[in-house]
Write a protein of this length. Structure first.
Length: 319
């Protein structure tokens, strides 16, 4: 999910598309247009410069949209920001052309990417989840298939195993998820290690994270630190978002979102999706519950959460 120019963009993975609202004013409001399909009634998976297959997280700004097109092992870049149905992508990251979609590796390939973002220093980061790493480009590539400049989570571009083959640390990841750029670095949802990591800019190959949230140290990886959920534990975190002040962490395995008053996440969070901070079980469908939430974005003082297990997006006022 992302917001740009007052528009709300939501990745509808199962329908192989990204839906766009010019404004959100009512429950059940239909989208205004669609990315990845020829019309709002089309739902087939495809490739090329228009199609998508199981898109995951997205990022956008005043003049761009990045779509992690996971099923096609690529990230599509749309410039300028799409304003009509079936926009044509400008370039593809992770593939040499729009006509190739195979699993890749090395400095120019991707395997099931799930997120992409632009950092404050104009560099680009992509979560290459299937290769257990984050790739970084010094700037948004001008052509398809450009090689990355740096890799996090692996010691070099040849590495592709989780936690360097089984030894978690400050410089490793296991099936990483969502990304969040900050003024001075990058937050990474390290899903299978049940933690969130922060890397300082500029991103360089093999760099170690400087902050971990969700675990007591960089060597620990148990969900909820081996116990019940707490205000500083996580289970399979999927994503993060911020309004420039508040920081929200989508704690998917605990069916909740933790909203902290500022970044880094310290103190007592507001808990969305659960009645208490020490609860993490799946609950019956209601206006206050979540089931496997997957993404979030702040818009107009509210927090929108992709409640994927319930096939909906819900809006909260966390303050």
């Amino acid at each position: 999910m992302c917001v740009a120019g007052g528009k709300l963009f939501i990745s509808d993975s199962g329908n192989h598309r990204v839906l766009v609202w010019n404004a959100v004013v009512a429950n059940g409001q239909p989208a205004d247009y669609v990315v990845g399909q020829s019309s709002l009634s089309s739902t087939a998976a495809s490739a090329g410069a228009i199609g998508l297959q199981n898109p995951y997280e997205i990022a956008c700004g005043p003049d761009y949209l990045l779509v992690a097109d996971g099923g096609n092992n690529r990230v599509l870049v749309f410039r300028p920001l799409p304003k009509t149905n079936a926009p044509v992508a400008t370039i593809t990251i992770g593939q040499a052309s729009f006509n190739t979609v195979g699993r890749g590796a090395g400095a120019d390939g991707l395997y099931a990417p799930v997120a992409a973002t632009l950092l404050a220093d104009s560099s680009v980061a992509v979560t290459d989840s299937g290769n257990h790493r984050i790739l970084s480009w010094a700037r948004l590539p001008e052509g398809s298939g450009a090689p990355a400049a740096a890799v996090l989570g692996q010691s070099d571009f040849a590495g592709d195993t989780p936690d360097h083959g089984g030894v978690p640390g400050a410089d490793s990841v296991d099936s990483p998820g969502g990304l969040l750029a900050s003024d001075n670095g990058l937050w990474v949802a390290d899903r299978s290690n049940n933690r969130v990591l922060f890397f300082r800019s500029p991103l360089v190959t093999g760099a170690a994270a400087v902050t971990v949230f969700g675990q007591a140290d960089f060597a620990s990886t148990l969900a909820n630190r081996g116990g019940a959920p707490t205000a500083d534990s996580l289970s399979a975190p999927q994503a993060l978002c911020s309004d420039g002040e508040q920081l929200a962490i989508v704690d998917s395995g605990n069916h909740r979102v933790l909203v902290f008053p500022h970044s880094p996440p310290v103190g007592s969070p507001v808990v969305l999706g659960q009645p208490a901070v020490d609860m993490g079980a799946e609950s019956p469908l209601s206006a206050s519950t979540l089931r496997v939430p997957r993404a979030c974005v702040f818009l107009g003082g509210a927090l929108f959460v992709a409640d994927s297990g319930n096939n909906r997006v819900v809006r909260f006022s966390p303050r």
